[in-house]
Design a protein around this ligand. Structure first.
Ligand SMILES: [Zn+2]
Length: 196
């Protein structure tokens, strides 16, 4: 199971403006952050975090997906966690991502089938509150719960889990907003305020 759909749809979280100095620059030419972003995003990790290029190892794919079990993503995570020993992993989605708007076309061979499923579940869930939420809210929420689900999935992977326990690796979920040219941080509400 790629991630827990039911938990994703019922996730409670806070949306906090991202301070670009949230992960401070170490001013060294060595990556201490793994950035997982969407290929079609205009998000610049160096701008979003006010860090230099040398400090970040970047992995991008269609929809910032890690939970598909593809070799490229797995290798990037293994490289960053076990060899570079990064201290932070950022999963950064973005509002308006085309992948969260459309059904999974055949040409994608099921690449985004989980997002499509989450999309339907999100619509059903919010359907109960139709009058309260507009389309923009539904789309934003989908991107948020999806990014949180990917970050949550990552936390449960054995090498990541081990690094969290042994050396304090931190996993963060961000969503970038092109309209405001800024990002937010998603903080899960769960027994206190534990950031996922
Ligand atoms: Zn995208």
């Amino acid at each position: 199971m790629p991630f827990d759909f039911d938990a994703a749809i019922h996730k409670q979280y806070d949306i906090v403006p991202l301070d670009p100095s949230f992960i401070p620059s170490k001013e060294v030419a060595k990556p201490h952050i793994l950035w997982v972003g969407c290929s079609d995003s205009l998000t610049l990790e160096t701008f979003t975090l006010a860090i230099s290029q040398e400090e970040v190892f970047v992995h991008r794919n269609l929809g910032n997906i890690l939970s598909n079990g593809d070799l490229s993503s797995e290798s990037a995570v293994a490289w960053a966690v076990e060899l570079l020993k990064v201290e932070h992993i950022v999963v950064c989605g973005h509002y308006g991502c085309a992948l969260t708007k459309s059904d999974d076309p055949k040409a994608l061979y099921g690449w985004s089938k989980d997002i499509t499923r989450l999309h339907k579940m999100n619509d059903e869930f919010l359907g109960k509150f139709k009058d309260k939420y507009d389309e923009r809210y539904r789309e934003h929420r989908l991107e948020e719960i999806y990014t949180l689900a990917e970050a949550g999935w990552l936390r449960r992977q054995p090498i990541v889990k081990k690094a969290i326990q042994e050396r304090g690796l931190q996993i963060h979920a961000f969503v970038y907003d092109r309209e405001t040219n800024s990002a937010v941080r998603l903080v899960e509400i769960d027994d206190g305020k534990r950031e996922i």
